[in-house]
Design a protein around this ligand. Structure first.
Ligand SMILES: Cc1ncc(COP(=O)(O)O)c(C=O)c1O
Length: 474
């Protein structure tokens, strides 16, 4: 039996087991223990290639800057770099990681709402491609820092485009009510004020409409906003910007298994099952602004410009799988069991070793990760279980604990799951390990990266007792 989640030459079933890039998930779990994250270098390369195809449909240079916050373990950053992507960082720590891995300054852009002086100094000293400026106050800080260092900082001003995406409210970043960026009028005033500063290279403008955006149309709206501002800045100051940055947010289809679609409300389903080609979205958006530029007699402004994208999720989410073991099993009578005849009057609970300390989005955003038995991948997944993690926290569950219907009540797996059975949570690569914590003094897990060659390589070891108290003084 083939399964909807299978992807040829990547996620496959052999001998009833899940194979990742030709390597048995069960063998990896047995060798390294669980929980265990497994990443595919081939898939990372494939995803970056897919995004780069957008470059074939535009008349300017395309620069892909991987959003490091999605996953910034050093071995993964190296794989991203080797696959030909530049990088977007969000803190002095991520900047340090990027430089340590070997990204050149001109491959790095730096976002963030609350940058500290040491972070700005580090960015200016590294001569990065752009510090993305969140406010007028921050721009003054950057100018002052660059002046003190006798350097010139490349900057790009982040705009509030007021574009609503139908993604999760916590993933919206372009609304007036969100915390990011400055109003276009403030940005224009800043361009006027600093246009002659020898310490600032006012290179670009930036926006980001949100993460896991279900609709491609948002990118055309966003690029239009960038073009109108580009034109206004040129008209007001004579500055011809060298780049525009459209942000990230390209979606990943978390609902490849269509059999569970009916368990989601329409809006959640639309978001989790979002699926469009980034190249199509960009090609369409570019056609729109090209027409705008021609009718405004401003085609020159798009000549020699560079279009930046900052994708995180679409590069790393489906390249990562979390393997977890069933550590406890129990049945529990259903509350007020007045079920129709033929239905079970008990819930079957499976308690695994991967909780929201590793997959924070399950608790914060009710995120959905498809679950597969790695040992019985070919068998029908049609028996309902209540699935929960190991944390001493009632919210550490993989179902709809709120009772708001945003997630399925149960997870489907083969009947008679046994203690120790190895399960795989798919599409787990983004915003998982990068947000993970040692809550309940749990060890952060190891990470295996399956190389292009098919060789599995450990790129992170499991925490030890020492790591649990590494910085504690006692
Ligand atoms: C400014 C910025 N750029 C890029 C990203 C990456 O988004 P995604 O991982 O959805 O591509 C984010 C995340 O929300 C962001 O805030």
């Amino acid at each position: 039996m083939s399964q909807d989640w299978a992807i040829e030459n990547f996620l496959e079933i052999k001998n009833n087991q899940l194979y990742i890039d030709g390597v048995s998930a069960v063998d990896l779990a047995n060798e390294h223990g669980t929980p265990l994250f497994v990443f595919s270098e081939k898939r990372i390369r494939h995803n970056i290639g897919r995004l780069k195809r957008a470059g074939d449909f535009i008349d300017c240079r395309l620069k892909i800057c991987y959003a490091a916050k999605a996953m910034s373990t050093m071995g993964i950053l190296k794989a991203v770099k080797d696959a030909g992507s530049d990088i977007e960082v969000n803190s002095g720590g991520e900047l340090w990681k990027a430089l340590t891995i070997g990204f050149r300054g001109d491959q790095i852009i730096f976002n963030g709402t609350s940058k500290e002086i040491w972070e700005i100094e580090k960015a200016v000293n590294a001569g990065i491609y752009a510090i993305q400026v969140d406010s007028v106050v921050e721009l003054a800080m950057i100018e002052e820092t660059a002046r003190r260092l006798n350097k010139r900082a490349n900057v790009s001003l982040r705009l509030v485009p007021e574009i609503e995406s139908s993604t999760h409210s916590g993933l919206q970043t372009a609304l007036l009510t969100s915390k990011f960026g400055m109003m276009p009028a403030e940005a224009h005033a800043a361009f006027r004020e600093y246009k002659d500063s020898p310490h600032l290279n006012l290179a670009g403008i930036h926006l980001h409409i949100g993460s896991q955006n279900p609709s491609a149309a948002g990118y055309a709206d966003a690029l239009q906003v960038l073009f109108h501002n580009l034109l206004a800045i040129f008209n007001e100051t004579g500055i011809k910007l060298s780049h525009i940055n459209l942000g990230g947010g390209f979606p990943v289809n978390y609902l490849r298994d269509r059999s569970v679609e009916g368990s989601f409300p329409d809006e959640e389903r639309e978001m989790f099952a979002a699926d469009f080609e980034p190249a199509d979205a960009i090609s369409n958006a570019w056609d729109v602004i090209k027409r705008s530029a021609e009718s405004a007699n401003a085609a020159e402004l798009l000549k020699d410009i560079t279009l930046l994208l900052e994708p995180g999720r679409s590069i790393i989410a489906d390249a990562g799988v979390c393997l977890t073991s069933v550590r406890n099993i129990k049945t529990r009578p259903l509350p007020g069991s007045s079920l129709a005849p033929g239905h079970s009057s008990v819930d079957h609970w499976l308690l695994t070793d991967a909780g929201f300390n590793l997959l924070l989005s399950t608790a914060t955003y009710n995120w959905y990760y498809q679950l597969v038995s790695a040992e019985r991948a070919e068998v029908g997944h049609d028996f309902p279980y209540k699935l929960a993690g190991p944390l001493c926290d009632g919210g550490d569950v993989y179902f709809d604990i709120e009772g708001l219907g945003r997630l399925p009540e149960h997870r489907l797996l083969p009947k008679d799951v046994e203690l120790g059975e190895i399960l795989a949570l798919l599409n787990c690569g983004a915003y998982s390990m990068s947000q993970a914590s040692q809550y309940n003094a749990r060890f952060l897990p190891p990470i295996v990266l399956i190389r292009d060659s098919g060789h599995p390589e450990l790129v992170r070891t499991r925490d030890t007792f020492r790591d649990l108290a590494a910085n504690d003084i006692y």
